[in-house]
Structures are given as C-alpha cells and as structure tokens.
Design a protein around this ligand. Structure first.
Ligand code: PBG
Length: 321
C-alpha cells in the first residue's frame, strides 16, 4: 500500500494540523427566554438547563456567558395570555417588557450582538406567525404588523432582526421600513429555509406559543423540499437579507450545504430545541457522553457549511472550550 490515510491520523499534532473544520465560541449564538417579572428562573421541562428568566436574573446570566466568551445572543419573549390579541399589538406596545429588556441588555453590554425574533406567534391569541383570517394565515396583511414590530425592536436597540415567520416578501418589506426610519445599520438574519418541523416542541413549551388551531404547514416549508429552499434564498438575497438561516439544522445538513454552495451570503443554522433535547435526554440516561455528542453535533453543522449556529449548547460549549 503506498497510500495509507491512517498516517495522517497518527498523532494529535498531525490530526490538529489536518483538521478541516473549526468550531469556537465565535460561531455560536445563544438563545435566551425572557418573561416579565422579577426573581424568575424557571427551568424548561423539555429543555433541561435552559430557563425562562426575568430581566434582573438574566443580566448576570448574560455576564457569565460573556465572561465565558459568548458575544451573540438571541432573545425570545414569553408573553402572558391576557396581553395577546389577534393582531399582536403588544409586540410594539410602549410598555412591552421585551423591548424594555432589549434596551437594558444593550445598555449593560453594548459590545454584544443581540438578535430578536420577528413573528406574531408569541403575541398572537391564535398562536400563528402571521395574521389569521377565517382560519387562514394571510400574507400581505401580516407584513405591516411584522415591520412595525421590527421597527420597535430596532428603536429599542436590537442589532440583528430575525424574521422567523416565513411570510412572503417580509424581508424586503421590513428592510424598506427600517431604512425609511433611519435604521439602515440594523441587520436582517432571515429564517430563509424554515421547515414545518416536529423538533420545535420544547421551544413551544418554553413560550407556550403553540398554534391554537391547525399547524404551520401553509407557511413553513415541507421537509421533503430542497429546491424550494434555493428559491427562498434567492428571494431573501434580492430583498436585502444580510444573512441566511436554515432551521432546523441536524435533519437539514444538506440544505445548509446547498445554500452555502449557491449563495455568497453568510449562512447560519438553528440547532433547534428538539435537537438539543435529544442529547440532554440521552445523556441524562447515561446513554451518550454530553460534551462529546454536543461538540460533534455542532461541528457537523459547521462542516455542512454554516458560519454561525444558534444553539442551546452555546453556554456549555463556551464553559468547556
Ligand atoms: C417562532 C419560532 C419558533 C422557533 C423559533 N422561532 C417556533 C415555531 O416556529 O413554531 C423554534 C426554535 C426552537 O425550536 O428551538 N416564530
């Protein structure tokens, strides 16, 4: 044999040199859940070691994460039912605790990149990402609501908007609304290819945001489709997205790869709640080594072509990096 690939795996020195993919805290975006109130730190049952925080306890938590090397966070609100209505008006209300929290976090940690979620579901009494009319999720009438929510988040100081609603045309609509109001520096990381997935379960538990009726299949993508993701990517690029995202990550590594090949924009992936829950559950049972399984999962998402990864593992990874 004149070719023996094992020679290049002989020592850690060689293995380190020929390693094709790197993974560091710079690639990670940490999702955090916030609710109104004080002194709240409630563990999410289906997502152990992740919590719903009140702002007073969230600030020291972010400080710990920053000290561990994280500098990008995405914030999700858990909204009380009596504040929800059909048009998600609380999403841009002056006294909205989420907007207040964005201000407070950016004031305390100006150096971090703070990302939001743009969709109606946390604020909607219907639990859908767009406006519901006679049982249908209507596209064009959702756009002004989404862009009003986006502007309110920009005014509060958000750095990156994350439209996760999958309405057609929303990236362009939001971009224009932001620019008109002098927020041209605020980025849009579009949930470009967001699939109608069973892996969002723990997230919906965390926010109590499951749809009241029906499912999200008329706006989130069919897991069977790949070419359609390329169409979504093309539209998001044309509409002015700064970054593209694929969600979920693990069952969709081929989609991450396809977007990486077809676009010159940065591509990120959302390693969603259900994907992380599988590893938490298996490692709590002693069936998997948590640190190793988690790092391997994140590395595979990077290898598929993701520049950045939104993941609930971010803090644990950072603490062990
Ligand atoms: C809502 C939203 C969801 C997630 C992020 N933003 C849930 C959904 O679309 O139902 C899921 C994230 C996760 O599962 O970790 N617009």
């Amino acid at each position: 044999m004149n070719r023996r690939p094992r020679r290049n795996r002989r020592s850690s020195g060689i293995r380190r040199m020929v390693s094709e993919t790197n993974l560091g805290t710079e690639h990670l975006i940490y999702p955090l859940f916030i609710e109104d109130g004080t002194n709240i730190k409630t563990e999410i049952k289906s997502l152990p070691s992740n919590y719903r925080w009140s702002l007073d306890l969230l600030l020291p938590e972010i400080e710990e994460c920053v000290n561990a090397g994280l500098d990008k966070f995405v914030l999700f609100p858990a909204v009380k039912d009596d504040l929800k209505d059909t048009v998600a008006s609380y999403s841009y209300a002056d006294d909205n605790f989420y907007l207040h929290a964005i201000r407070a976090i950016k004031e305390r940690f100006p150096q971090i990149e703070l990302m939001s979620d743009v969709a109606m579901d946390p604020y909607s009494s219907d639990g859908h990402d767009g406006l519901v009319r006679s049982g249908k999720i209507v596209n064009d009438e959702s756009l002004p609501i989404l862009s009003r929510m986006s502007l309110a988040q920009a005014q509060a100081g958000i750095d990156i908007l994350g439209p996760s609603d999958m309405m057609d045309g929303r990236v362009g609509y939001i971009r224009e609304h932001l620019d008109k109001n002098s927020y041209s520096d605020v980025s849009i990381m579009s949930y470009t290819a967001k699939y109608a997935s069973a892996f969002y379960g723990p997230f919906r538990d965390a926010l109590d945001s499951a749809p009241k009726a029906g499912d999200k299949k008329t706006y989130q993508m069919d897991p069977a489709n790949k070419r359609e993701a390329l169409i979504e990517a093309e539209l998001d690029e044309q509409e002015g997205a700064d970054m593209l995202m694929v969600k979920p990550a693990l069952c969709y590594l081929d989609i991450i790869h396809a977007l990486r090949e077809s676009s010159n924009l940065p591509v990120t992936a959302y390693n969603v709640s259900g994907e992380c829950a599988m590893i938490y559950a298996a490692s709590q049972n002693g069936w998997l080594d948590y640190e190793k399984a988690m790092s391997e999962m994140l590395l595979s998402i990077r290898r598929a072509g993701a520049d950045g990864i939104l993941t609930y593992f971010a803090k644990d990874f950072a603490l062990n990096a």
